[in-house]
Design a binder for this molecule. Structure first.
Ligand code: ADP
Ligand code: ADP
Length: 241
Protein backbone atom coordinates (compact mmCIF):
# COMPACT_ATOMS: atom_id res chain seq x y z
CA UNK A 1 0.00 0.00 0.00
CA UNK A 2 1.30 3.41 -0.96
CA UNK A 3 -0.20 6.82 -0.42
CA UNK A 4 1.29 9.43 -2.72
CA UNK A 5 0.49 13.08 -2.23
CA UNK A 6 1.93 15.46 -4.82
CA UNK A 7 2.08 19.23 -4.61
CA UNK A 8 -1.05 19.57 -2.53
CA UNK A 9 -2.37 23.07 -1.97
CA UNK A 10 -5.42 24.32 -0.11
CA UNK A 11 -6.54 27.91 -0.05
CA UNK A 12 -9.77 28.33 1.91
CA UNK A 13 -12.39 30.73 0.66
CA UNK A 14 -11.35 32.93 3.59
CA UNK A 15 -8.00 33.38 1.78
CA UNK A 16 -6.07 31.25 4.30
CA UNK A 17 -3.35 29.33 2.47
CA UNK A 18 -3.36 26.25 4.67
CA UNK A 19 -1.20 24.11 2.33
CA UNK A 20 1.35 25.55 -0.09
CA UNK A 21 2.52 22.59 -2.13
CA UNK A 22 3.06 19.56 0.10
CA UNK A 23 4.35 16.28 -1.33
CA UNK A 24 4.58 13.16 0.80
CA UNK A 25 4.58 9.40 0.28
CA UNK A 26 3.87 6.87 3.00
CA UNK A 27 3.95 3.14 2.56
CA UNK A 28 4.53 -0.19 4.23
CA UNK A 29 3.64 -0.47 7.87
CA UNK A 30 5.40 2.68 8.94
CA UNK A 31 3.98 5.02 11.55
CA UNK A 32 4.52 8.59 10.38
CA UNK A 33 3.90 11.47 12.77
CA UNK A 34 3.12 14.86 11.28
CA UNK A 35 4.17 17.54 13.72
CA UNK A 36 3.94 21.31 13.61
CA UNK A 37 2.38 24.16 15.54
CA UNK A 38 -1.32 24.87 15.61
CA UNK A 39 -2.35 26.34 12.26
CA UNK A 40 0.48 24.64 10.33
CA UNK A 41 -2.01 22.82 8.10
CA UNK A 42 -1.85 19.30 9.59
CA UNK A 43 -5.58 18.83 9.90
CA UNK A 44 -6.21 20.30 6.45
CA UNK A 45 -3.66 17.87 5.01
CA UNK A 46 -5.37 14.82 6.47
CA UNK A 47 -8.81 16.02 5.47
CA UNK A 48 -7.66 16.67 1.90
CA UNK A 49 -6.50 13.06 1.51
CA UNK A 50 -10.02 11.64 1.47
CA UNK A 51 -11.45 14.97 0.31
CA UNK A 52 -13.49 15.77 3.40
CA UNK A 53 -11.89 19.08 2.46
CA UNK A 54 -11.42 19.61 -1.28
CA UNK A 55 -7.81 20.39 -2.15
CA UNK A 56 -7.28 23.46 -4.32
CA UNK A 57 -4.65 21.68 -6.44
CA UNK A 58 -2.37 18.67 -6.37
CA UNK A 59 -2.97 14.95 -6.50
CA UNK A 60 -3.64 12.23 -3.96
CA UNK A 61 -3.08 8.65 -5.12
CA UNK A 62 -3.88 5.64 -2.97
CA UNK A 63 -2.67 2.27 -4.19
CA UNK A 64 -2.66 3.46 -7.80
CA UNK A 65 -6.08 5.16 -7.65
CA UNK A 66 -6.00 8.92 -8.02
CA UNK A 67 -8.53 10.03 -5.41
CA UNK A 68 -8.41 13.62 -6.59
CA UNK A 69 -9.76 12.51 -9.99
CA UNK A 70 -12.73 10.48 -8.74
CA UNK A 71 -16.42 11.35 -9.04
CA UNK A 72 -18.74 11.12 -6.04
CA UNK A 73 -19.64 7.42 -6.25
CA UNK A 74 -16.10 6.21 -6.87
CA UNK A 75 -14.83 8.50 -4.12
CA UNK A 76 -17.34 7.09 -1.65
CA UNK A 77 -16.12 3.61 -2.44
CA UNK A 78 -12.45 4.57 -2.23
CA UNK A 79 -13.03 6.18 1.16
CA UNK A 80 -13.82 2.72 2.47
CA UNK A 81 -10.08 1.97 2.22
CA UNK A 82 -9.14 4.93 4.40
CA UNK A 83 -9.62 4.66 8.16
CA UNK A 84 -10.06 8.09 9.74
CA UNK A 85 -9.69 8.68 13.46
CA UNK A 86 -10.57 12.12 14.72
CA UNK A 87 -9.49 14.24 17.64
CA UNK A 88 -13.03 14.80 18.83
CA UNK A 89 -13.93 11.11 18.41
CA UNK A 90 -17.12 11.83 16.45
CA UNK A 91 -19.03 9.07 18.24
CA UNK A 92 -22.81 8.97 18.27
CA UNK A 93 -23.47 9.60 21.94
CA UNK A 94 -26.74 7.71 22.19
CA UNK A 95 -25.49 4.59 20.47
CA UNK A 96 -23.63 1.79 22.21
CA UNK A 97 -19.99 0.97 21.72
CA UNK A 98 -20.94 -1.94 19.44
CA UNK A 99 -23.29 0.22 17.35
CA UNK A 100 -20.69 2.94 17.01
CA UNK A 101 -18.12 0.42 15.81
CA UNK A 102 -20.56 -1.06 13.30
CA UNK A 103 -21.24 2.35 11.79
CA UNK A 104 -17.67 2.06 10.48
CA UNK A 105 -18.90 -0.59 8.07
CA UNK A 106 -20.96 2.00 6.27
CA UNK A 107 -18.49 4.66 5.38
CA UNK A 108 -20.03 8.07 5.54
CA UNK A 109 -23.60 6.86 5.65
CA UNK A 110 -25.38 8.68 8.45
CA UNK A 111 -25.17 6.93 11.78
CA UNK A 112 -28.93 7.00 12.12
CA UNK A 113 -29.29 5.07 8.91
CA UNK A 114 -26.73 2.64 10.26
CA UNK A 115 -28.72 2.26 13.46
CA UNK A 116 -31.75 0.99 11.57
CA UNK A 117 -29.79 -1.51 9.54
CA UNK A 118 -29.25 -5.03 10.61
CA UNK A 119 -25.64 -6.02 10.36
CA UNK A 120 -24.36 -9.31 8.98
CA UNK A 121 -23.19 -11.72 11.69
CA UNK A 122 -19.64 -11.70 10.33
CA UNK A 123 -19.48 -7.95 10.89
CA UNK A 124 -20.64 -8.40 14.46
CA UNK A 125 -18.08 -11.15 15.04
CA UNK A 126 -15.37 -8.95 13.60
CA UNK A 127 -16.49 -6.06 15.80
CA UNK A 128 -16.14 -8.25 18.92
CA UNK A 129 -12.63 -9.27 17.85
CA UNK A 130 -11.62 -5.67 17.25
CA UNK A 131 -13.12 -4.49 20.55
CA UNK A 132 -11.06 -7.17 22.29
CA UNK A 133 -7.98 -5.99 20.45
CA UNK A 134 -8.39 -2.37 21.50
CA UNK A 135 -9.06 -3.34 25.11
CA UNK A 136 -12.83 -2.82 25.18
CA UNK A 137 -13.77 -6.50 25.23
CA UNK A 138 -16.55 -6.20 27.81
CA UNK A 139 -17.81 -2.73 26.94
CA UNK A 140 -19.93 -3.38 23.86
CA UNK A 141 -23.26 -2.45 25.51
CA UNK A 142 -22.07 0.78 27.11
CA UNK A 143 -23.37 3.96 25.59
CA UNK A 144 -20.75 6.25 24.07
CA UNK A 145 -21.64 9.03 26.51
CA UNK A 146 -20.72 6.78 29.46
CA UNK A 147 -17.11 6.35 28.35
CA UNK A 148 -13.88 8.03 29.40
CA UNK A 149 -11.81 9.93 26.84
CA UNK A 150 -9.39 7.05 26.38
CA UNK A 151 -12.22 4.58 25.90
CA UNK A 152 -13.87 6.88 23.38
CA UNK A 153 -10.67 7.10 21.40
CA UNK A 154 -10.44 3.29 21.39
CA UNK A 155 -13.98 3.10 20.00
CA UNK A 156 -12.88 5.53 17.29
CA UNK A 157 -9.94 3.28 16.47
CA UNK A 158 -12.16 0.17 16.44
CA UNK A 159 -14.66 1.89 14.16
CA UNK A 160 -11.88 2.72 11.70
CA UNK A 161 -10.46 -0.82 11.84
CA UNK A 162 -13.73 -2.58 11.06
CA UNK A 163 -13.60 -1.18 7.52
CA UNK A 164 -10.36 -3.13 7.07
CA UNK A 165 -8.66 0.03 5.86
CA UNK A 166 -5.52 0.09 3.74
CA UNK A 167 -4.28 3.12 5.65
CA UNK A 168 -5.12 4.89 8.91
CA UNK A 169 -5.22 8.69 9.10
CA UNK A 170 -5.33 10.01 12.62
CA UNK A 171 -5.96 13.65 13.55
CA UNK A 172 -4.59 14.67 16.97
CA UNK A 173 -5.60 11.47 18.79
CA UNK A 174 -4.21 12.53 22.14
CA UNK A 175 -5.09 16.20 22.45
CA UNK A 176 -7.92 15.59 24.93
CA UNK A 177 -6.20 12.77 26.82
CA UNK A 178 -4.02 12.68 29.92
CA UNK A 179 -0.35 11.72 29.39
CA UNK A 180 -0.70 8.09 30.42
CA UNK A 181 -3.73 7.50 28.21
CA UNK A 182 -1.99 9.35 25.38
CA UNK A 183 0.91 6.90 25.59
CA UNK A 184 -1.34 3.84 25.49
CA UNK A 185 -3.26 5.21 22.48
CA UNK A 186 -0.03 5.93 20.58
CA UNK A 187 1.30 2.49 21.45
CA UNK A 188 -1.91 0.89 20.23
CA UNK A 189 -1.77 2.77 16.91
CA UNK A 190 1.81 1.73 16.20
CA UNK A 191 1.05 -1.89 17.11
CA UNK A 192 -1.93 -1.88 14.77
CA UNK A 193 0.22 -0.58 11.90
CA UNK A 194 2.55 -3.55 12.39
CA UNK A 195 -0.18 -6.17 12.90
CA UNK A 196 -2.28 -5.06 9.96
CA UNK A 197 0.71 -4.18 7.82
CA UNK A 198 -0.71 -0.78 6.91
CA UNK A 199 0.76 2.72 7.11
CA UNK A 200 -0.49 5.03 9.83
CA UNK A 201 -0.22 8.80 9.52
CA UNK A 202 -0.80 10.67 12.78
CA UNK A 203 -1.12 14.42 13.24
CA UNK A 204 0.21 15.28 16.61
CA UNK A 205 1.45 18.49 18.14
CA UNK A 206 3.18 16.77 21.08
CA UNK A 207 6.68 16.26 19.70
CA UNK A 208 7.72 13.98 22.57
CA UNK A 209 5.01 11.47 21.69
CA UNK A 210 5.96 11.64 18.01
CA UNK A 211 9.61 10.97 18.82
CA UNK A 212 8.77 8.11 21.14
CA UNK A 213 6.33 6.22 18.93
CA UNK A 214 6.77 7.15 15.26
CA UNK A 215 9.17 5.55 12.78
CA UNK A 216 9.26 8.71 10.72
CA UNK A 217 8.53 12.33 11.46
CA UNK A 218 7.45 15.02 9.05
CA UNK A 219 7.29 18.63 10.11
CA UNK A 220 4.77 21.07 8.70
CA UNK A 221 5.07 24.81 9.14
CA UNK A 222 2.90 27.46 7.49
CA UNK A 223 1.57 24.94 5.00
CA UNK A 224 5.00 23.69 3.92
CA UNK A 225 6.94 20.54 4.68
CA UNK A 226 10.03 21.62 6.59
CA UNK A 227 11.34 18.30 7.93
CA UNK A 228 11.24 14.65 6.93
CA UNK A 229 13.34 12.12 8.80
CA UNK A 230 13.71 9.74 11.70
CA UNK A 231 13.11 10.70 15.33
CA UNK A 232 16.86 10.82 15.98
CA UNK A 233 17.41 13.06 12.95
CA UNK A 234 14.77 15.35 14.39
CA UNK A 235 16.76 15.57 17.61
CA UNK A 236 19.89 16.41 15.60
CA UNK A 237 18.00 19.10 13.70
CA UNK A 238 17.53 20.82 17.06
CA UNK A 239 13.77 21.16 16.82
CA UNK A 240 12.09 22.74 19.80
CA UNK A 241 10.34 20.23 21.94
P1 ADP B 1 -13.96 25.84 1.65
O1 ADP B 1 -13.10 26.94 1.07
O2 ADP B 1 -13.26 24.52 1.67
O3 ADP B 1 -15.34 25.77 1.07
P2 ADP B 1 -14.81 27.54 3.79
O4 ADP B 1 -13.80 28.63 3.83
O5 ADP B 1 -16.10 27.80 3.09
O6 ADP B 1 -14.13 26.20 3.19
O7 ADP B 1 -15.08 27.12 5.30
C1 ADP B 1 -15.69 25.90 5.63
C2 ADP B 1 -16.20 25.97 7.06
O8 ADP B 1 -15.11 26.11 7.99
C3 ADP B 1 -17.08 27.15 7.29
O9 ADP B 1 -18.21 26.70 8.00
C4 ADP B 1 -16.27 28.11 8.13
O10 ADP B 1 -17.07 28.79 9.06
C5 ADP B 1 -15.34 27.18 8.89
N1 ADP B 1 -14.05 27.91 9.21
C6 ADP B 1 -13.69 29.11 8.77
N2 ADP B 1 -12.49 29.46 9.23
C7 ADP B 1 -12.05 28.44 9.97
C8 ADP B 1 -10.85 28.18 10.70
N3 ADP B 1 -9.85 29.07 10.77
N4 ADP B 1 -10.72 27.00 11.32
C9 ADP B 1 -11.70 26.09 11.25
N5 ADP B 1 -12.87 26.28 10.58
C10 ADP B 1 -13.05 27.44 9.97
P1 ADP C 1 -3.37 22.45 12.16
O1 ADP C 1 -4.14 21.18 12.06
O2 ADP C 1 -1.91 22.25 11.92
O3 ADP C 1 -3.62 23.19 13.43
P2 ADP C 1 -5.23 23.50 10.20
O4 ADP C 1 -5.16 22.66 8.99
O5 ADP C 1 -6.34 23.30 11.14
O6 ADP C 1 -3.82 23.41 10.96
O7 ADP C 1 -5.24 25.02 9.76
C1 ADP C 1 -4.33 25.57 8.80
C2 ADP C 1 -4.76 26.98 8.45
O8 ADP C 1 -5.97 26.95 7.72
C3 ADP C 1 -5.01 27.88 9.64
O9 ADP C 1 -4.63 29.19 9.27
C4 ADP C 1 -6.50 27.79 9.83
O10 ADP C 1 -7.02 28.93 10.45
C5 ADP C 1 -7.01 27.67 8.42
N1 ADP C 1 -8.25 26.88 8.33
C6 ADP C 1 -8.43 25.62 8.74
N2 ADP C 1 -9.68 25.20 8.45
C7 ADP C 1 -10.28 26.22 7.81
C8 ADP C 1 -11.56 26.41 7.23
N3 ADP C 1 -12.48 25.46 7.25
N4 ADP C 1 -11.82 27.59 6.67
C9 ADP C 1 -10.89 28.56 6.62
N5 ADP C 1 -9.66 28.45 7.14
C10 ADP C 1 -9.35 27.30 7.73
Amino acid sequence: MTLDVTDLTKTYSSGDEALRGVSLSVEGNETTAMIGPSGAGKSTFIRCINRLTEPTSGTVTLDGTELTALGDDALREARGDIGMIFQEYNLVERLTVMENVLTGRLSYVSAWQAFRRSFPPEDIRRAYDILDRVGLGDMEDKRADELSGGQRQRVGIARALIQQPKILLVDEPTSSLDPETSNTVMQLLTEIAAERDIPVLINIHEVDLAVEYADRIVGLHDGELVFDGTPSELDDAGFDR
